[in-house]
Design a protein around this ligand. Sequence first.
Ligand code: PEP
Ligand code: MN
Length: 308
Amino acid sequence: MNKYTRKLKPDTNLKGEYTMESNHFNDPAIFGGCSVPIRVNRKSKPDATVVNINGIRIGSSEVVVIAGPCAVESHEQLIETAIAVKAAGGMILRGGAFKPRSSPYNFQGLGEEGLKMLRDISRETGLPVVTEVMDTRQVELVAGYADMLQVGSRNMQNYPLLKEVGTHRKPVLLKRGMMATIEEFLLAAEYILNQGNEQVVLCERGIRTFETSTRNTLDLSAVPMLKHLTHLPVIVDPSHGTGHRWMVPAMAKAAVAVGADGLIIEVHHKPEEALCDGYQSLSPNEFARLMTDLKKIALAIGRDITLP
Ligand code: PEP
Ligand code: MN
């Protein structure tokens, strides 16, 4: 027994979940045929975790919709979009100030200036804000402005970053790595919980497959699987999950139907002028129509979405 195989909690009945070297896929002692680390494991905490983002609770019977632009571009863009999001029933505002762009020549985000806009517009509208942090050196700064820290798909296995956001007391939105298994996703979340931060929301945002007609393959089967394995709330991003504006409503409704605790949807007041991901962003009218439909789905499965 070395430090990697020793039990974290000697009194637990869970076996093997946190050993590094066991062949856990074939071990019948492992819950669900998949190695689920102890802190995120539903067996060690049967009650669902509710994550509180400045008063907005994710993981209760209410389905929470996060919406806003891919990137913060200007004060006008953000306030116009935020007002539309709030009017339609969106509860939390999203918007990237530090953007992980595939090309170094694309718009990289406004940085701290964008964070200030998020904070100011959050105060104006009363909507809490979530924004991405890409680097351990930015965590302090971003946590000073945002209500929730997003760790993006490309950083799901950035272990120093996971540890750093775990030491802060801000809720974390952890997006699934585009090539991560459910097990790797849960292990990434475990890094955050291990630092003492249990306020973690998991986000399915599509994975890479052989399919090229969609930007990613939105793995909606991950929702019931994650809900089965972990007590953490699970939300879905149908915008990055499909890469097509016209597909977002269908997949958003499907996500609520399969039990997602929330959604994160890209909305832009003028999608055709967006500097980032306009092709997958809903207009304010499209978003408002979707919210009305989502409420019907939520009610049909015994949940709710409060509309203004
Ligand atoms: C985003 O939500 O802004 C984003 C970049 O998404 P992902 O990390 O899932 O690609
Ligand atoms: Mn985007």
